[in-house]
Design a protein around this ligand. Sequence first.
Ligand SMILES: O=C(O)COP(=O)(O)O
Ligand SMILES: [Mg+2]
Length: 235
Amino acid sequence: MNSISFDHTRFDAAIVDLDGTMVDTLGDFAEALNRMLSDLSLPPVSPAAIERMVGKGSEHLILSALSHVMAPEAAGEAPARAQALFDRAWERYQHHYLEINGRYSAVYPGVLEGLKALRARGLRLACLTNKPTSFAKPLLAAKGLDGFFEQVFGGDAFERKKPDPLPLRKTCEALGTVPSRTLMVGDSSNDARAARAAGCPVVLVTYGYNHGEPVRGVDADGFVDALTELAAAPA
Ligand SMILES: O=C(O)COP(=O)(O)O
Ligand SMILES: [Mg+2]
């Protein structure tokens, strides 16, 4: 890590993001979105385009994908047309996502070892994602990651999503920890902005999505190439 050296005595808990941090879910997003678009007789969207849309929850993802595939000549009208299709699109997306959840995704290298080491050092763990809770819990279970977390909160768990600080504050409350001793581990500016505003130190992984932007440009306390680096310091 660059600007803070990882001293475990500084933290009582860690809040860990899901998509782009623990699991590479781009394949699941692509499969569910393209099945949804096909049901709506719309053309498919490429994984490269989807990568830039991920991280702000399912509603944002669906509206972005719908606008993206609508005819370029109607670009100005695309948001309104996307909104009109939203209810049917959301129903189809949910149906397909729950069916394929985890099948086209993989846990990043170092995640299991990193989480094990954090737990072994006595840190309490919560998962906080903008993904709906009903998608997040079965995904964690399918990937063998559910046992690490005392709490799992999705984008629908609180009134507002990251980058708002509310979900981090509420997660700290649920863990019974103070933000200044609760490390946020994420992959995007969304996670970092939420953490800064909540008063949590924040570390970002370098391999995630970050809305298609270079992650090292984000204001964070440190960057790691794998979660194992968080546990590298001697216990
Ligand atoms: O927007 C999503 O569904 C994914 O969000 P996450 O990076 O907060 O897990
Ligand atoms: Mg993420």
